[in-house]
Structures are given as C-alpha cells and as structure tokens.
Design a protein around this ligand. Structure first.
Ligand code: UDP
Length: 335
C-alpha cells in the first residue's frame, strides 16, 4: 500500500483550516496542522489529536517554517479574517500575508510541493463591477482599516504568481467570498456570529449603515469542496469560490430574527469605513473548470450553524475572546 500523501495546512485551528483538516483526513491524507493560535482555537481540532494521520505544530508562519519529511501539498490558510481582527492586529495581518506566504512558497519549492493560497473577495475592494469576475482588478483603499488585509492578500497573489512564473512552482489561488458555518468565532465581529450571538443573548441586532449593502454567503462544506477540487485541478490562476445568492444585510437580519425566534429588534449603527456596498461572486470559472457549484442553500446552512452556536457552552456567549487553550498543544509542538 502507498504511504498517504502529506499535506501541510496553516491556520489549522481556525474556522476554514479546521474544516480543511477534517476534509483531508477524511480523504486519507496525512495532515500536518500549523497555527500560532492568535485567532485560531484548539477546540476546533481537539477531535483530531487522537488520529494517527494528524499532527500539530504550534508555530507562527511569519518565522522560518521547518517541516520534517516530504510534503505533497501546502494549503496556506493562516490569517486573521475579520474586520475587527484587522483593527486589533494590523501588523500581524500584513506579516502573515506577506512574510508568511513567502516562507511557505519557499517551503513548497524546497519540498517540490504544490501550494494553494487562500485569497479573498477583498482583493476586489469596494467593487464597481458586479458580480465580480476573476478578471476584475478591484477598487481597494490601501490605507484604510481593511487595507492591511486587502493589500496583504493582493501582494500574496503577486508573490504566488511570481513563484509560478519564475520558479515554475505549482500554485493555486482561491478567492474566497463570505463563508459561514460551525466553528466561526462567536465574537469575531462578522455579521453572522454577531447577529446569532445577539439573538442568543437577548440583545438587539446591530445593522451597520442602512443595511442596503449586500453579501453572498456560502456554507462552509461547499467552500471546502471547491478548494479541494481546485487544489487537484491544473489551473494556476485565481478562482472565485462562493455562493452567488446575494442578500442585503437588512434582509439577512430579518432571516436571523425568524430563524432564532428572537423578539429583539434591529438597531442601526454607523457603517464602518470602506465597507463594500455590494459583493457577489461570478462563479462561471469554478463551474467550468471544477464542475463545482454550491449545494447548500442559506436556509439549511443557517439552521446547521444556529444549532452549533446555541449548543456552545453558555459562558462563551459572554466572552469577548475565548483563546484560553494556549497550554494545550501536542505532537511536535514548538509553542
Ligand atoms: N455588519 C452589520 N452588523 C454587524 C456586523 C457586520 O451590519 O454586527 C455588516 C457589515 O457592515 C458588512 C456586512 O455586515 O456590510 C458583512 O460584514 P462582515 O464583517 O461579516 O464581513 P465583510 O464586511 O468582510 O464582508
């Protein structure tokens, strides 16, 4: 029997990273998870530590990355990914997209591994082309609060393409649109955990601006399947993965009110700086290249996600931040 293929997943304890670990373990891979646990949470991968084919490194990828043995694939998913996090840790956000990506591209080159980097719809900024196709170059404010994330991800794409064209490295770039599901951080400020958390605590739902801005929400299992297909494809250029079902934030608040049965109301707060007014992926490329499209509608995805949040230990609901598992690291820990 052949030895399992070995994949390194950075940001493994985060929302998407942890689901990727599950996916690749489920497909028979040997998974090496890496995370510095700044925004990740070991509770997301606690269930994996007993598996033979899983190991975890507590490491910051902006420092030199060493992984013993062979590597077939690298998935770079380490990064803060919510507007509140960019405000709290702007320099780390820039470093992980820039220095972290450079370290992992170097590692991929030295191991002869294929690398997939997590990019984002934020590279389109506040888009004036709608829906967004991969050929659109974007409308980004480099010096606004989101600039630290948007520009790090744009630089990440440039660096990844340079490794592809100059070194001939096998690279993949996924542009991820708003995604939701179990293991999102309850208090990361993103709209879905914010609304569900508010409903569970009996608070009013805070809609920013007049709520006419739109987003298109993709259920996490759909996104993970798209990423898996992209990694195994032979396409080196960026591919949008997201759900094109667009909704205004005001309507989204109404859906959460219905879903949770809360008797609270909507209150309006100022719109954050540079908040994109509309966002919807054009997924023609993913459909054509990967035969991929979302399978889970918002009603079903939201029900699953609500069940996850309402079964969390109640004390988490009131924590501003719940990273209290720092001491809990195993196997190959450098922590
Ligand atoms: N939003 C909101 N209330 C909240 C949190 C977010 O109305 O409590 C809005 C936010 O202004 C944005 C949308 O919801 O227009 C999505 O915000 P999120 O932070 O989830 O993601 P992003 O802006 O990066 O798409």
């Amino acid at each position: 029997m052949n030895a399992p293929k070995r994949v390194l997943i950075t940001g493994a304890a985060g929302f998407l990273g942890s689901h990727l670990c599950d996916k690749f373990l489920g497909k028979g891979y040997h998974v090496i998870g890496m995370d510095n646990l700044i925004t990740g949470d070991l509770r997301n991968i606690e269930h994996l530590f007993s598996q033979e084919r899983f190991e975890f490194y507590h490491h910051d990828v902006t420092k030199f990355v060493h992984v013993p043995g062979e590597l077939d694939y690298i998935l770079h998913f380490a990064s803060p990914a919510s507007p509140i996090d960019y405000l709290k840790i702007p320099i780390q956000t820039l470093k992980v997209g820039a220095l972290g990506t450079h370290n992992l591209l170097g590692l991929a080159l030295s191991k002869g591994a294929r690398i997939l980097v997590a990019s984002t719809s934020e590279v389109y900024g506040d888009p004036n082309v709608h829906p967004q196709t991969e050929s659109y170059w974007g409308n980004v404010n480099p010096i606004g609060p989101r600039g630290v994330y948007d520009e790090a991800k744009r630089y990440q794409e440039a660096l990844t393409m340079a490794y592809h064209t100059y070194h001939g490295l096998e690279t993949r770039i996924v542009r991820i649109f708003n995604t939701y599901g179990p293991r999102m951080r309850l208090n990361d400020g993103r709209v879905l955990p914010a609304f569900i958390g508010q409903a569970l605590r009996g608070e009013d739902l805070t809609v920013f601006g007049d709520g006419s801005q739109t987003r298109s929400f993709c259920y996490v299992d759909d996104l993970i399947e798209g990423i898996y297909r992209l990694l195994l494809s032979d396409y080196a250029y960026p591919v949008n993965i997201g759900n094109p079902d667009e909704i205004s934030i005001r309507e989204f608040a109404d859906e959460i009110i219905k879903l949770t049965g809360t008797t609270q109301k909507v209150v309006y707060k100022p719109l954050p700086t540079d908040d994109p007014t509309q966002r919807r992926p054009d997924i023609s490329k993913a459909r054509d290249l990967l035969a991929w499209e979302p399978q889970v509608g918002r009603a079903e995805g939201l029900r699953i996600t609500y069940d996850y949040f309402r079964n969390l230990p109640p004390e988490l609901l009131y924590q501003r931040d719940h990273k209290d598992f720092r001491g809990y690291v195993r196997k190959g820990s450098k922590g």
